[in-house]
Design a protein around this ligand. Structure first.
Ligand code: APR
Ligand code: PHB
Length: 390
């Protein structure tokens, strides 16, 4: 088998890249380890920057997002039982975000790929990457018991944090930066109306909480929990009680509860790999970096990586000029580190760290008080939250 670009992973990064390349007439094959149903069953965040929405339009898959996505012009930060509104649109000259689940983004991209006839191999086992240091890389895998080999011109490693692509790079060629946080987020999805029409991020002595949503009838809530906790320890009733305890009394009273549709614990991590290019292998999305979910940047960063990478590949195939492709790693990393900083900062602003002493407590409180009393501080938060320019 031959293709121009072999894409490893059929998450948002791989699918978006595949779609943009396909529309530019560049052949590509996606290899995905899991089944399509498994990929679509993963529940992840869902706050899209305008830049991400524009990319979905460019990929020809923006229709449902525009019809069903909820436009948000602000969110609340709650501490000391008081909610403070961050007027994103007012602080950024009218920029907004769109609440639309990553699962839906994935579903729309998969549907477009199927309609276009571009190939995806699901349940591709033991994917391995070869000769990407030369001009004719190869990707091998097993499918339905048979071995296959793809000859390609480039490999895009879009296979997430645990994928094979980053692990295929020789140790000495890559440097990684990591911070693992000493807590996780317990998330619950329910078919109940959201407690507020905008998101509420909560700093509480019992720990962080977040009220989010997927639609006007589907809510997504989170509470900070110790990493040692197991979902089994969190029957729905306990979750709702804990969430109520972290909200201000008025919001707690308005909370509508119901049975969970999904409940899971996710650890929080900051991680960056440098560089993002190794010969003819490029890393993009979670394969190259992870942010804690506090700033809602994971999916959006995957989007900006794919913007830079697709632009580079398309220019190379159109003109033979590789300057954009050569700039990919540095360009993507510059924006990644800005989002890493913001996500790290928001995580520190809103969570209780187990080792947090009295001094750190006071500093965190001062930071929150400065934020809610200073337009300059809110502007900084808002311009990062709505997304820095590509
Ligand atoms: N071979 C083939 N596919 C693989 C392999 C492998 N060895 N390892 C992982 N994959 C697949 C996974 O099954 C998954 O479907 O790669 C895909 C990677 O998708 P994501 O983890 O969603 O990563 P990405 O597309 O970069 O999307 C980033 O996802 O985790 C969130 O916060 C993150 O929102 C961000 C987004
Ligand atoms: C979510 O809706 O899942 C969500 C929203 C905002 C975040 C993180 C997660 O910062």
């Amino acid at each position: 088998m031959r293709t121009q670009v072999a894409i490893i992973g059929s998450g948002p990064s791989g699918l978006l890249l595949g779609q943009l390349l396909h529309r530019a007439g560049i052949d590509n094959i996606i290899l995905e380890r899991r089944t399509k149903e498994y990929v679509l069953s993963r529940i992840r965040a869902g706050v899209l920057e305008e830049g991400f929405v524009e990319m979905m339009d460019r990929a020809g898959v923006g229709a449902r997002l525009h019809a069903e996505g909820l436009i948000h012009e602000g969110f609340d930060i709650c501490f000391d039982n008081v909610r403070h509104r961050m007027d994103l649109a007012g602080l950024t000259g009218g920029k907004k975000v769109v609440v639309y689940g990553q699962t839906e983004v994935t579903r729309d991209l998969m549907a477009a790929r199927e309609a276009s006839g571009a190939p995806t191999v699901y349940e591709a086992e033991d994917v391995s990457l070869h000769h990407f240091d030369g001009t004719s890389p190869k990707v091998r895998y097993r499918h339905a018991g048979r071995e296959h080999e793809i000859e390609c011109e480039f490999i895009a490693g879009c296979d997430g944090f645990h994928g094979v692509s980053r692990q295929s790079v020789p140790e000495g060629a890559i440097r990684t930066f990591e911070r693992v946080y000493p807590f996780g987020w317990l998330g619950l999805l329910s078919d109940t109306p959201p407690v507020s029409h905008e998101l509420i991020y909560v700093n509480h002595p019992r720990g962080f909480a977040l009220c989010s949503m997927r639609s006007k009838t589907r809510s997504r809530y989170y509470v900070q929990v110790p990493l040692t906790d197991d979902v089994q320890q969190w029957p729905d009733e306990r979750f709702w009680d804990e969430l109520r305890a972290r909200l201000d009394p008025k919001t707690a009273q308005q909370l509508v509860t119901g049975p969970s549709i999904e409940k899971s614990i996710a650890p929080l991590r900051s991680f960056v790999a440098e560089p993002l290019r190794f010969g003819r292998l490029f890393l993009a999305g979670d394969a190259g970096h992870i942010v804690p979910p506090t700033g809602a940047k994971g999916l959006n960063l995957a989007g900006s990586d794919i913007h830079y990478l697709s632009t580079g590949l398309i220019e190379f195939y159109r003109t033979g000029n590789s300057s954009e492709l050569d700039a990919y790693s540095a360009r993507a990393l510059r924006r990644i580190w800005l989002a890493e900083r913001f996500s790290w900062w928001m995580t520190h602003l809103l969570h209780r760290f187990p080792e947090q002493g009295a001094f750190a407590d006071r500093i965190q409180r001062a930071e929150l008080e400065y934020l809610v009393s200073s337009k300059a501080a809110q502007t900084s938060l808002a311009e990062n939250y709505v997304g820095l320019p590509f």
